[in-house]
Design a protein around this ligand. Structure first.
Ligand SMILES: *Cc1c(COP(=O)(O)O)cnc(C)c1O
Length: 413
């Protein structure tokens, strides 16, 4: 019989969100009248802005006319979008990223997950713990790890603990890492790395010959103008970093699908002969072979996010979510909970009261307040004892949720 890729069997059973879904369904079945509020999964709720919808519709109409119809586009994305990204996301911040260093895709999840395959299977990877599970699982699937240990850590992967004690800013790995995954603003902790922090990472990577895989999916939620949006704001980063961005969270594209990855031309890695090879060329080869581009109407929609109206509309959505985050943060702090993040990020990360385990707190919140959040332990052992609440919800629901939490937990405390 045909054999499977057995690395898949190393993956931890019961992925986070299915397990949450299972517990919520079970609770609903037993409590059909409970009005459940979901502040769990990181999906947006506000509809696609008008500027983006009309650009998509117009592009669909172009597809109706043989003179303007488009078939396969460039695998790397249309020039109009790559240039709009270079000008608006980087040019305005005086960061030099050229259009041909931008690879448009149908999602950052895919890009963050696929990037590992252009690097050696021997590469050591380092992740922050807790972490966005995609970075770890895709490396496990590829065979870059051993089995999962009782601690919940995969053998062969370097974990950098990120806790309140280190302000959720982990130390550099103690052993050599070839690939270092960083996410800022962070999912799940809501922490944002400063210029100083990123400078440290870039220096570290340059010294140790590592590559930083920088996930900036939430950069648009940064309101503090002193904080960096891109790792390429740091001198020397172009030789050691790749950056991932997405239209999912800032422009409401979770269901529309568009993202991009920046691979600078200076970035090099070694081949088997010890020669330096362009990572840009490899990623280009990978995308051209395995990917056929994002649909034309969707790329027009993404372009429209950079129009004056598009900027105004997307900024309004971000303000709406950040206002929710503030309601969550201040509400929880007012009853004495330790809260983190939620200022320049859509996620609020809290220390569970009374040292409850993450899943125990999940069950408590579900039963007592009928609120669904995300147990910190679902993002890795380092998240045990923490809990994530998302601001991606309607304001009325956020307010109702906080009222309920205040009532229930105040009584309990
Ligand atoms: C939501 C998210 C993304 C974006 O994923 P898409 O596939 O572009 O929707 C990337 N990284 C992190 C950490 C995220 O939370």
């Amino acid at each position: 019989m045909t054999r499977i890729n057995s690395h898949y069997q190393k993956l931890q059973a019961g992925y986070l969100f299915p397990e949450i879904g299972r517990r919520v369904r079970e609770f609903s079945a037993q409590n059909p009248d409970a009005k459940i509020i979901r502040l769990g999964i990181g999906d947006v709720v506000l509809p696609l802005p008008e500027s983006i919808r009309s650009a998509i519709k117009k592009a669909v109409d172009e597809m109706a006319d043989p003179k303007t119809f488009r078939g396969y586009g460039p695998e790397q994305g249309y020039e109009f979008l790559r240039q709009a990204i270079a000008d608006n996301d980087y040019g305005t911040r005086k960061v030099s990223v050229s259009a041909d260093e931008i690879f448009v895709s149908d999602g950052s999840k895919c890009d963050c997950g696929n990037i590992q395959e252009i690097f050696s299977l021997d590469s050591k990877i380092a992740v922050v713990d807790p972490v966005y599970p995609v970075y770890v699982d895709t490396n496990v699937m590829a065979g870059r790890s051993g089995h999962i240990a009782p601690s919940g850590h995969y053998e062969g992967i370097i974990y950098m603990p990120s806790t309140a004690e280190n302000q959720f800013k982990p130390d550099f790995p103690k052993e050599h890492a070839d690939l270092i995954y960083l996410c800022s603003p962070n999912n799940p902790t809501g922490t944002v790395l400063t210029h100083e922090d990123l400078k440290g990472w870039v220096e570290y990577a340059r010294k140790s010959g590592s590559i930083i895989l920088f996930d900036a999916a939430y950069h648009d939620f940064i309101t503090d103008s002193s904080l960096p949006h891109s790792i390429f704001e740091i001198d020397g980063a172009r030789e050691v970093a790749i950056e991932f961005r997405s239209f999912s969270k800032n422009a409401g594209f979770t269901g529309t699908r568009c993202a991009f990855t920046v691979v600078p031309k200076e970035l090099k890695a070694l081949n088997d002969k010890g020669e330096k090879v362009s990572v840009h060329a490899l990623w280009n080869r990978r995308q051209s072979t395995k990917f056929n581009g994002v649909s034309y109407p969707v790329q027009r929609g993404a372009e429209a996010a950079y129009s004056p109206q598009g900027k105004k509309e997307t900024q309004e959505m971000i303000r709406y979510y950040l206002n929710n985050a503030q309601i969550i943060r201040e509400g929880l702090a007012s009853i004495g909970l330790e809260v983190y993040g939620g200022v320049d990020a859509p996620y609020v990360w809290l220390k569970t009261p009374g040292d409850l385990g993450s899943w125990d707190f999940f069950d408590l919140l579900l039963k007592e307040a009928n609120i669904v959040g995300t147990p910190g332990a679902g993002f890795g052992p380092g998240g045990e004892g923490y809990f994530r609440l998302s601001s991606f919800a309607f304001k009325e629901n956020v307010e109702e949720a906080i009222t309920r939490i205040k009532q229930q937990l105040k009584v309990k405390n």
